[in-house]
Design a protein around this ligand. Structure first.
Ligand SMILES: Cc1cc2nc3c(=O)[nH]c(=O)nc-3n(C[C@H](O)[C@H](O)[C@H](O)COP(=O)(O)O)c2cc1C
Length: 400
């Protein structure tokens, strides 16, 4: 429950993207948050308070003159209970009101009277977002310490294409979860590999493995939420890129090696989670290998792939290197051995052979001090624990 114990005032203003806030509310509730919805008059034209009440499980506030709050001061009381106010969607009009400290309805008054952080997710047509007045207002809000999430770029409800559309609910959700995380890796550059690799045999066939990328993507998300600048080099994976993470897609171990080695010298931390193929086929056939006869089977000759983790660890000024090991037997022995062989300060051993594709995991950490077990947890919680462990080991390890 990533938001257990948190109360979020979710403000909706008048934009088509109000429909996305229904899904956003569902995500917040599922993560254990209390969601208090407040809507402007215009927002109620786009989605009904009834829908938002049903999803949030609480009555929705729309008017300053609402007498459901005992002292009749909803504009004060609602913000005092909140850990954060999130305006999503935030209209052009509402950004202008916020930037000028206006307070002519419940939501704007609540924002001016708040004593908690304010986040806004703008949602508007590209011309409205590009308008110099809107840009001035956004800059003013940033200067006032307001967190602006997005906006995104792409197809707009009006049929135009450009900047201004609201971030997807999943991205806003991740950004809010991240907002509440301690910034243990602020100012750090983190390079992470994830997923399987794919080594072609011919144009339609290849060798790969069962890695889903879930663990590496979860670590990338946790690192970004801990304030790091994250570059994720991913093998073939259908997973969505975590919010705030820069992703490079690669296919083969050699491509992964090239991307990683280009970036590693500028990174503070390298976390090698990808399940990289040890071997590739010596010569990839130009055309599809044909089945010629019943007894006729092709013979494949393999060559070794470069060892990405060892190569990074051997750089003149290596980043803090974290390796992963998936062993099928005697992890305690092989994990410690592998760490020494790869010459990395920290190695994470997956307990149990069947972690590929699973949603939870259990690991043992191997470092100079010995071993430490992190109990079984879902991969996202485990990723957060790992970031805590890595951050705690950094000061004495980061090269000067
Ligand atoms: C169909 C329709 C769609 C609109 N979509 C948006 C929008 O996406 N973003 C925006 O800033 N304004 C949009 N507007 C204009 C706002 O609803 C209008 O500026 C309103 O006064 C905002 O009020 P509020 O900021 O109090 O919610 C739209 C208006 C209409 C009629």
């Amino acid at each position: 429950m990533e938001l257990a114990g948190k109360t979020i005032v979710l403000g909706l203003t008048g934009g088509i993207a109000c429909y996305k806030s229904a899904e956003l509310t569902r995500l917040f509730i599922k993560a254990g948050a209390t969601v208090q919805v407040v809507m402007t008059d215009a927002a109620t034209q786009f989605i009904t308070p009834l829908t938002m009440q049903a999803l949030s499980g609480r009555p929705v506030f729309t008017s300053q003159w609402d007498n459901r709050v005992d002292n009749n001061m909803a504009h004060i009381d609602l913000s005092r209970e909140a850990d954060a106010i999130l305006i999503a969607p935030a209209s052009t009009d509402f950004l202008a009101k916020l930037a000028h400290g206006m307070a002519d309805d419940l939501l704007s008054t609540l924002c001016v009277a708040r004593d908690c952080p304010l986040l806004v997710a703008p949602a508007m047509n590209r011309q409205m977002w590009g308008n110099p007045a809107t840009q001035r207002n956004a800059a003013t809000l940033r200067g006032d310490g307001v967190t602006i999430l997005g906006p995104d770029s792409g197809d707009q409800a009006c049929g135009e294409v450009g900047d201004g559309r609201m971030l997807e609910p999943e991205d806003i959700f991740e950004a809010v979860v991240g907002f509440f995380q301690p910034k243990r890796l602020a100012g750090k550059r983190v390079l992470i590999t994830a997923g399987p690799t794919f080594e072609p045999i011919d144009p339609v066939r290849g060798l790969t493995n069962l890695s889903s990328g879930k663990m590496g993507f979860a670590i990338a998300r946790a690192a970004a939420q801990a304030g790091a600048e994250v570059h994720l080099v991913a093998g073939p994976s259908a997973l969505d890129t975590p919010y705030g993470v820069t992703r490079s897609n690669v296919q083969t171990a050699q491509q992964m090696y090239d991307r990683v080695l280009a970036d590693a010298p500028h990174s503070d931390i390298f976390i090698a989670v990808a399940a990289v193929a040890d071997w590739r086929v010596r010569e990839v056939a130009h055309d599809k290998i044909k089945k010629t006869g019943d007894a006729d089977v092709p013979t494949l000759e393999f060559v070794q792939n470069p060892d990405i983790l060892a190569a990074v660890a051997q750089l003149p000024k290596p980043p803090y290197c974290v390796g992963f090991a998936a062993e099928s037997g005697d992890l305690e022995k092989h994990g410690a051995e592998k760490r020494r062989r790869k010459e990395v300060p920290l190695l994470v051993g997956n307990l149990g052979p069947a972690t590929f594709g699973q949603d939870d995991n259990e690991v043992i950490l191997f470092d100079d001090a010995g071993q430490k077990r992190l109990p079984r947890a879902d991969k996202q919680s485990l990723a957060r624990s790992l970031i805590v462990e890595i951050a705690a080991r950094l000061p004495s390890r980061t090269p000067a």
